[in-house]
Structure formats: structure tokens, C-alpha cells
Design a binder for this molecule. Structure first.
Ligand code: MSP
Length: 572
């Protein structure tokens, strides 16, 4: 059994959840469910990022106090994830008291840490003049901007600010970070993202402001920091800490999820805790020891979007090194879902509302579309037409049709019970034999290839394997024409064999597709009259067991995957 700790980015609550947010949370949910299904001890963390200038301004614009505003908005994320069947273990809010204390502890540690190259305090105060983009919550240099001097992400001109800030000596962490990235090529995934980050580091890092004066909406620096009165933590130094504060840091119990023993590590990219000794002088190494001589490995898996990779792959590990905390196991950077070429975000006024879509089409149609139609991690273009086409083809026409054909035939010919006979030798036509062989072979391939694809986070590939089996099963029906066989009493065994093969196919599909479509697969499981749930089935149960039925009664039939009529949602 492995331990698996998965986190998503925590969303800004300056607007309601959009499809991009939903994509990330659903992706993390499917990965977490897959780990739970394998029997791994799994902890899935998500939440909301509630401090910073952007939120303070959004609250003011709404005529609300920041507290009232974030309470209301964060609730819209909680309920969106509920409607999408996102089963997290904890929802953290950066306004939580425990988080507040952890951020202050980070600053205390930074205050005592010395920089790796010159041995100077990593935290220092300096007056600063720069361009601040509120959308990014980050400072920009001229070369980061487009020809019109705007932030290319948010299409607004950054504001000129002049203030005295506390800086973190990030510029001295380049060697340590490169060394870690070279030793752990899986630390940033996919690989081309790792190369992008390495180029940024090689281009030179600049010290970064980690406090903001004149802002009240944030976490005050702890009083131990001289001159820190009136400063709040920079929103990124605050937000990133959520991954630790949620699991109990700075108390030692955080290592339960942050670290794992060798064989309990939940995936690639892990580093031995004692490797961080080699990065000595980065701060306070050793502070994170789990209190035993046993060797531990890093185990946190961060799932984030491509726009925030530098914060997670450069600033975050450097802060951790300075604070004496081992680095995460892996940062997985996913792409963006675009709507008609524009980013879906409230500030640009575009976007399909995931909650409205869920109400109209159900959580699983949207989950399936998001995870099946875009190669995992790559950018994708959302259109309503493609969504409808995808759901109709793969769910209504392929899986839905297979389920309804199968149950109708079993109900009609075997009084709704899984038939007892099994005799593949009864197939006389070459067509039937070929169809049967193809179905069994594809199921066997999927039983090995689908878990492999999940391991490598190629979820669309895993689903493609599963739908190959669905297609072979539908072809098998077309080739054997069971409704014809049913007319001939002498061919009962042949009919029973066809239907048992189809029932077994549906059983497997319900298990395999469950992490992506939990509710529909559970409903299908009920229709098949099987005990327990597909989520409880282990990988040994996900192996093909083609053979005679046990005459158990199927559940009540239902239309699991209705067709969507594009005309009925015109204007959606
Ligand atoms: N609050 C920060 C993250 C702090 S994590 C310590 C933030 N919030 S966000 O609301 O702007 O974005 C939250 C997540 O959603 C990020 O991982 C971001 O990349 C992702 N996405 C935002 N728009 C997206 C799409 N259009 N498509 C896919 N993911 C997108 O950044």
C-alpha cells in the first residue's frame, strides 16, 4: 500500500469557479480516486486562496468587507466541487487560523536562515520600485510585458509601486534548484515543462519581495521580524504554505503525508530525505526530520496549471529549502482549457459555467468530456458542439447503447438473470468467433494497459483502451445478432454465452471508468445487480473473468447516458 498526497492549486475567490478551475479539480479527483481504488492511503487537498490585493479590490467593488466576501465566494467553490462529485479530504482556506500560524512560522524560519552562497540573511528589507500586476499578484519587468506594456496574461498595464518590502534572497538558490532538478528529472512533469523551468533558472533568478506594506488584507508578519509591523505576507508566500499548513506543519505530524517510506511512496520523483543534507547551508536543514532514524522519501504531489509553474517550481522549493523542509515529490503542470481562443476567466468575460453545465448534463458527462477529450496535461479548446458530440458518441451511442442492449436481452430472454451457460464452442459462424476473440483480446490488453496509462497520468489513453473494449463489444453484438439467436430454442447456450460476455464487459468498464465517472459507473453497477461498488473493486477484480453467469438478478434498467440534443441547448 502506498501513501498518496495530492494537492491542487487553491483558487482565487475574486470570482466564481470556471471551467478551468473545474478541469484541475476533476483531474485531481480522478487521480485520487484511482489511488483509493488501488488501495492506497490517499489524501486530496484543495481549497481557496483568499488574501491579497486582487481579493481586497474585488470585495471593495462588491461593496462587501473582505471577510464577508471571501466567506461567500469560497462557498461557491465548495458547492461547485460537490456538484462535480469532487471528493477531497480537506478544503483549506488561507483565512483559516491554523494556516495563519503556519505562515508566520515560515517567516520566523526565513528570518533565521542564511543564504546558500554568501551566507547572508535570506530575508532583508529594501525599498523597491516596480511594476505590479494584480492579476498575477506578482512584480513584472519590462521584458515580461507585451508591446503595449500590458501583462500578456491579464491584458492590463501593471501598476507602478514604490514601497519598502522584505525580500527573499531567491537569487542564491539557482545552483541548489538545478542540482535537485538534475538529480530528480521527475520533479517537474511533463518533461518539457522541466526544461522550461531549468532555462528560467539558468537565465538567473532575482530576489523576490515576500511582504506587502500598506495592505491590511493578509497575514501580518510575526512580531519577531523587526520592522515588519504593518506588513502582511506576500500572497504567494501565504498561499503556497497551504500545502503544509493543511497537514499540520509546523507540527511533526505533517510528515505523515509529506513523507513516506521507500515502498510507500505514491509515485515517481521522490527524493531521500537525507539528500537534502547535501544542500546544506540553504537554511535550517534537519528541522524537518520525522524523528526517526528510518529513511524517508518525499511524497507530496502538486497539480497546477502552466501559468503558475514558476511559483511552484522555483519560489516554493527555494522557500522550503530555506525553511528546512524537504521538497515535494513532483509538480505536475497541466495545460489550459480555452474557450474559443480566449482564456476562460471572469476578468475576460468568457467561459462556460461548470455548475450550470453540471446541472444541465450531469457531473459525469462533464468529467468524462474534460478527461477524455483533451490529452492529459495539454491545452485544449472547449466548444459546446464538441462537448455534445463527444458525450453523444462515447457515452450515449457506445456505452449507453451497449448497456441497454445487454440488459434488455437479459431481461427478455433470461428473466433478468445472468445466464448460467457458457459455451464459446457454440459459435458456429466465423464472424461470431472473430468478434468473440477480438473482445477477449482487447479486454486482456486493457486490463494491463489501462493501469499503466493511469500510472503515467495518461488518463485519456486509459479511457481510450476502455472504449476500445466497448467498441469490440458492440461489434460483437452486431456480428452475433443475439436477437436472431434468441428466436431459436436450440441456440440457448450460444445466446447465454454472448450475454455473459457482454455482462462481463460492462462489469469491467464500470470498474475501469469509475475514477472518471463515479456516479454513472455506480449506477451501471446497480443495473448489473453487482454487490458493493466499482470503487471498492481492487485491481485483481479488474481482470477479465469471462465465463458462466451465477444467475444473480440484474437491477432495474435505466437510461444511463441520455443523448443531448444540441438544439435544446442553443445559446448555452
Ligand atoms: N491562487 C493561485 C494559486 C495558488 S496555489 C498555492 C491561482 N489561482 S487561480 O484561481 O487563478 O487558478 C487556480 C488554478 O486553476 C491554477 O492551477 C490555474 O493554472 C488553473 N487554471 C486557471 N485557468 C485555467 C484554465 N482556463 N484551464 C485550466 N486551468 C486553469 O493561480
Amino acid at each position: 500500500m502506498s501513501r498518496f498526497y495530492i494537492t491542487t492549486a487553491i483558487d482565487y475567490v475574486n470570482g466564481r469557479p470556471h471551467l478551468g478551475h473545474a478541469y484541475e479539480k476533476v483531474l485531481a479527483d480522478a487521480i485520487a480516486r484511482r489511488h483509493r481504488q488501488k488501495g492506497d492511503a490517499t489524501f486530496y487537498l484543495t481549497g481557496t486562496d483568499e488574501h491579497g490585493q486582487k481579493i481586497a479590490h474585488a470585495a471593495a467593488a462588491a461593496g462587501k468587507t473582505p471577510t464577508a466576501f471571501v466567506d461567500e465566494l469560497s462557498q461557491t467553490f465548495v458547492s461547485a466541487w460537490k456538484s462535480l462529485d469532487v471528493q477531497y479530504d480537506q478544503f483549506i482556506r488561507t483565512t483559516d487560523r491554523k494556516h495563519h500560524l503556519a505562515v508566520q512560522e515560515l517567516f520566523r524560519r526565513l528570518k533565521d536562515a542564511l543564504s546558500p552562497k554568501t551566507g547572508q540573511p535570506v530575508l532583508y528589507e529594501e525599498s523597491y520600485e516596480g511594476l505590479y500586476c494584480e492579476g498575477c499578484e506578482g512584480f513584472k519587468t519590462e521584458k515580461d510585458l507585451d508591446e503595449e506594456g500590458r501583462c500578456p496574461e491579464h491584458k492590463v498595464k501593471p501598476r507602478e509601486v514604490k514601497e519598502t518590502n522584505f525580500f527573499f534572497r531567491l537569487s542564491e538558490y539557482d545552483e541548489a534548484l538545478l542540482k535537485h532538478l538534475e538529480a530528480h528529472p521527475d520533479f517537474i512533469w511533463p518533461d518539457y515543462r522541466r526544461l522550461e523551468v531549468m532555462n528560467v533558472i539558468k537565465g538567473g533568478l532575482q530576489d523576490i519581495s515576500v511582504s506587502r506594506p500598506n495592505l491590511t488584507w493578509g497575514i501580518p508578519l510575526p512580531e519577531e521580524i523587526e520592522g515588519g509591523e504593518g506588513h502582511v505576507a506576500y500572497v504567494w508566500a501565504d498561499a503556497l504554505l497551504n500545502y503544509l499548513s493543511a497537514i499540520g506543519w509546523p507540527e511533526r505530524k505533517y510528515s505523515l503525508w509529506w513523507m513516506a517510506k521507500n515502498k510507500d511512496v505514491g509515485g515517481p520523483g521522490a527524493a531521500r530525505q537525507d539528500e537534502f543534507k547535501d544542500l546544506d547551508g540553504q537554511g535550517r536543514p534537519g528541522a524537518a526530520w520525522a524523528g526517526t532514524k528510518e529513511v524517508y522519501y518525499t511524497n507530496a504531489f502538486h497539480l497546477i496549471g502552466k501559468d503558475i509553474s514558476r511559483f511552484h517550481c522555483i519560489l516554493w522549493p527555494a522557500l522550503l529549502l530555506a525553511a528546512g523542509v524537504p521538497l515535494p515529490r513532483q509538480v505536475y503542470i497541466h495545460g489550459f482549457i480555452y474557450a474559443r481562443g480566449e482564456r476562460m476567466s471572469k476578468s475576460l468575460g468568457t467561459g462556460a459555467d461548470p455548475v450550470e453545465m453540471t446541472k444541465a448534463f450531469g457531473a459525469d458527462a462533464l468529467r468524462f468530456y474534460l478527461l477524455d477529450s483533451f490529452p492529459t496535461g495539454r491545452d485544449g479548446e472547449f466548444t459546446v458542439e464538441q462537448f455534445v458530440e463527444h458525450v453523444n458518441t462515447h457515452l450515449a451511442n457506445k456505452l449507453g447503447n451497449l448497456a441497454s442492449r445487454t440488459t434488455t436481452l437479459v431481461n427478455k430472454n433470461f428473466a433478468g438473470k445472468a445466464p448460467a451457460a457458457w459455451n464459446p464452442d457454440a459459435f458456429t459462424s466465423d464472424d461470431a468467433k472473430a468478434g468473440f476473440g477480438a473482445l477477449l483480446a482487447t479486454a486482456a490488453t486493457t486490463a494491463t494497459e489501462s493501469p499503466k496509462a493511469w500510472e503515467e497520468l495518461r488518463i485519456n489513453d486509459a479511457l481510450e483502451h476502455v472504449w476500445n473494449v466497448v467498441e469490440r463489444a458492440n461489434e460483437f453484438v452486431d456480428r452475433t445478432k443475439p436477437w436472431e439467436i434468441a428466436k431459436d430454442e436450440a441456440r440457448r447456450d450460444e445466446l447465454a454465452t454472448v450475454l455473459n460476455a457482454l455482462l462481463e464487459t460492462l462489469r469491467l468498464v464500470a470498474i475501469w471508468a469509475w475514477p472518471v465517472m463515479p456516479a454513472k459507473c455506480e449506477a451501471l453497477w446497480g443495473v448489473l445487480g453487482l454487490p458493493g461498488t466499482p470503487g471498492q473493486q481492487k485491481d485483481t477484480d479488474a481482470q477479465p473473468r469471462f465465463g458462466p453467469g451465477d444467475e444473480h438478478a440484474l437491477g432495474e434498467s435505466q437510461i444511463l447516458f441520455p443523448r443531448i440534443d444540441l438544439k435544446s441547448i442553443a445559446g448555452a
